[in-house]
Design a protein around this ligand. Structure first.
Ligand SMILES: *Cc1c(COP(=O)(O)O)cnc(C)c1O
Length: 232
């Protein structure tokens, strides 16, 4: 006889509590944590049914990686929980920039001059009064297939976005290469944050958010550990 395998991720609410406790524990365990660490609950690839318990539990900060998916999933949820903040954490095509600034409160994937220019134009025409902010994504592992400005160009790109274009850039974001120790990548992002005077650092996911907190993460982006495996 076979026993059914336990459904490990059945309870979003419990997982959310556990992740929040783990964040607090990681902050207490390190000498120099950021003044605060926000939890971006990554709801990409999750159904509304999986997301609802997190909203019902009072969580109000979520991340999605696709404009289309977010626009299909969130309007009803936002109507019910209007104080919710939505971050775009996936690559943004220039032809979706207008839509993205209307829909998201923060875009964490600003990574190239052309996109900066299009976002600036989109902001000038923006209808929404709620403020929007940006993170610049840094490709710390210099992976050819990955989005993000390479580290040596980061300072120049930050200056272009903030000083020349006047974009509301508040921080840096990175996704370390899979299968590598993430610590050097988090250290590099912190160093670039100090060099550019940007105080927000978005780094750390389900597997490594405690490490990211050690390196000063102000935003961790956690999906699977809260909502369970994603449906493709
Ligand atoms: C999917 C995703 C996450 C969340 O990953 P988990 O391992 O499920 O926590 C975080 N950041 C980005 C940019 C992602 O695309």
């Amino acid at each position: 006889m076979t026993t059914p395998s336990p459904i490990i991720y059945s309870d979003t609410r419990e997982n959310l509590t556990a992740v929040k406790l783990a964040i607090e524990a990681a902050r207490h365990a390190c000498v120099d944590p950021a003044p605060q660490t926000c939890l971006v609950a990554v709801s990409k690839g999750q159904t509304r049914e999986r997301v609802l318990p997190a909203l019902a539990a009072g969580h109000r900060l979520f991340g999605e990686n696709r404009v289309q998916e977010a626009r299909a999933k969130w309007p009803d949820l936002l109507a019910e929980y209007p104080e919710t903040e939505l971050h775009l954490i996936g690559p943004l095509q220039t032809n979706k920039a207008r839509e993205a600034v209307e829909f998201f409160d923060c875009i964490q994937s600003l990574d190239r001059p052309r996109l900066a220019k299009v976002l600036k134009e989109a902001l000038e025409k923006r209808q929404r009064s709620k403020p929007v902010s940006f993170f610049i994504q840094v490709n710390t592992g210099e992976e050819p297939q990955k989005a993000g400005v390479v580290p040596k160009d980061a300072e120049h790109f930050v200056r272009l976005c903030r000083v020349q274009m006047g974009l509301p850039v508040i921080g840096l974001m990175c996704i370390p290469p899979e299968g590598e120790d993430p610590a050097p990548h988090f250290a590099l992002l912190r160093k670039l944050g100090r060099a550019t005077g940007l105080s927000c650092l978005s780094m750390g996911m389900s597997a490594d958010f405690a490490t990211a907190i050690r390196f000063g993460a102000t935003h961790v982006r956690v999906g699977t550990a809260i909502f369970g495996p994603r449906t493709p």
